[in-house]
Design a binder for this molecule. Structure first.
Ligand code: ATP
Ligand code: MG
Length: 521
């Protein structure tokens, strides 16, 4: 899939996630505010209806008394009948209102309101607990209604005494009870209303916390998905970058696994192709170089022979200037020969041809010899050398000539890249089955970015140009190959303008060198 579609889908996914969460929040808030409104409305209505009911009861009572007063009976009966119906209708309204109050607060099933289910259940229980009282009032009213109806019949039949008796004995206590119970119901609803308002307040608080948790969860999910998406997209880029870094240190055998099916995948394939070609041309370059160097050997040999012959045949006839010229020719000859040897050596090391001639030697002696060889250079630069050998004799199995090359190169580098008057530390020690050589200078140092490349063939860091030091850039390559062939390790630490320390660790005997196990330890 193209990169742009991948990004588009990722964005859409995040937007979808946020929209769902936002909708949920809107529903939640709406539900809570709706519940609050309904709740307040029903409570207030119930209280208003109940107050009205008490009033209706008083009106009913007054009209009930009036029918016993002599006068226009039928008009009074009509009024009583009306008051009775009015009370009855009012009572029905109260009952409906109370029923609604108890049923309309269940949380919406689709929303997070189910979290509040427990809360609203307790609220419903409170409302349900007024039910017995309502039932009791209902029964009392039915009884009173019967008494009133009977009284009206008796009054109509002009049996006033019987009617009065009925009122005194049955209806009046009934009215009192009804009045008390209506007041009780009113008080109860008032109390519950307060409790419910408190519950609602905590419901709002909970909603706020839920909103906060949703927000936090959303931020977390968004961050996580952004991280995963970014990782999915950048991982192949990272792999490609690593491959480029490896190629920068002349490792041309790069393969990029799991190439994505997008532009980055195409780039990776193109890069693999490029590294293959570079590998080919590198091989070609090495072959040409060694062939060319090889070809130089015989003319150089002739020059040497001819110079020696010339020098011998004209031995006594040469004036000082001519003798100096011959010395210059000889000097340049040996420089060229060294160069050729180094190039040919490195070319054979490329192919892994390092034949080691192991010998048991005193490494202290070997290092000292190299130091003595380099002493003219050291003196010339007025350098101080601190030598620290952990023992007079440190024995190891090595290829002496090759090991000398390593020490020679590291030491000559330390001398070359130090300014005059500085100090060089040479430390040699042994620990268990390992040999450790540290050569530390106070020279110009190596820029941090270039450190990974200095062991590469013909690599010379920018610092060497800065102080115009000559060299081929092959010394460290050869040294590192020799150390590797001995089953050892070479490490470097360097700070620009402070100095450089090279550490060589080698196994002291051939068996360990060949097994190489210590490297993993
Ligand atoms: P050659 O050894 O072939 O004569 P060279 O000394 O330049 O040439 P290497 O010994 O391979 O090459 O070192 C590679 C580069 O590493 C050097 O050119 C230099 O930039 C840097 N380098 C090596 N040793 C030191 C050191 N002790 N201090 C500062 N830079 C160093
Ligand atoms: Mg060197």
């Amino acid at each position: 899939m193209r990169l742009k579609y991948k990004l588009l889908i990722s964005y859409l996914f995040l937007i979808f996630l946020f929209s769902i969460a936002l909708l949920e929040l809107i529903f939640e808030v709406r539900h809570v505010s709706y519940s609050l409104k309904q709740h307040t409305l029903y409570d207030i209505n119930s209280i208003i209806y109940l107050s009205k009911q008490l009033q209706d009861l008083e009106i009913l009572n007054a009209n009930y008394i009036v029918i016993f007063i002599p006068g226009n009976t039928s008009a009074k009966v009509v009024r009583l009948e009306k008051a009775r119906q009015q009370y009855h209708a009012g009572w029905q309204k109260v009952k409906i209102s109370l029923q609604k109050a108890s049923s309309d607060f269940s949380p919406a099933k689709w929303s997070l309101g189910t979290l509040f289910e427990k809360l609203s259940r307790s609220k419903q229980n409170e409302i349900n607990s007024v039910e017995p009282l309502v039932e009791k009032i209902n029964q009392e009213w039915l009884k009173l209604d019967q008494s009133i109806k009977k009284s009206i019949e008796l009054v109509r039949k002009n049996k006033l005494n019987q009617a009065r008796y009925l009122r005194e004995t049955a209806a009046l206590p009934n009215i009192k009870k009804l009045r008390n119970d209506l007041i009780k119901l009113n008080q109860k609803i008032g109390q519950y209303s307060i409790i419910r308002t408190q519950n609602m307040a905590s419901m709002v608080e909970r909603t706020q916390s839920v909103i906060l948790y949703i927000e936090l969860a959303l931020i977390f999910v968004a961050l996580l998905s952004a991280f995963l998406i970014a990782r999915k997209i950048t991982r192949p880029v990272e792999t490609l970058k690593n491959a480029i870094n490896r190629m920068a240190i002349q490792d041309f055998s790069v393969t990029i696994p799991n190439k994505p099916n997008d532009e980055i995948g195409e780039l990776s394939s193109a890069f693999e192709e490029l590294s293959l070609r570079l590998k080919e041309s590198d091989r070609f370059k090495s072959a040409i170089l060694s062939q060319f160097t090889h070809e130089m050997k015989s003319p150089l040999g002739s020059i040497k022979q001819a110079t020696l012959l010339l020098e011998n045949s004209l031995k006594d006839q040469l004036n000082p200037t001519q003798k100096r010229f011959i010395e210059i020719i000889k000097g340049n000859y040996s420089t060229l020969q060294n160069l050729i040897t180094t190039i040919l050596q490195s070319a054979s090391y490329d192919l892994g041809n390092i034949q080691l001639k192991y010998r048991r030697v005193n490494v202290v002696k070997v290092v000292t010899e190299v130091l003595i060889n380099l002493s003219p250079m050291i003196k010339e630069k007025d350098l101080k050398v601190n030598i620290n050998f952990s023992a007079k004799k440190i024995e190891a199995e090595l290829d002496v000539e090759k090991f000398k090359e390593v020490v020679q190169n590291l030491l000559s580098n330390a001398v070359k890249f130090s300014l005059s008057g500085k100090t060089i530390d040479v430390r040699l020690s042994e620990r268990l089955s390992l040999l450790r050589l540290v050569i530390k200078d106070q020279g110009i140092g190596i820029p941090e970015k270039e450190i990974p490349y200095i062991f590469e063939k013909m690599y010379r860091a920018s610092n060497s140009e800065k102080i115009s030091v000559k060299g081929t850039g092959l010394g460290l390559y050869i040294a590192s190959q020799i150390v590797k062939a001995h089953g050892g390790q070479i490490k470097v630490k360097s700070v620009v303008d402070k100095g450089t320390a090279f550490t060589v660790i080698l196994p002291k005997n051939r068996r360990i060198a060949e097994e190489g196990g210590w490297l993993d330890a």
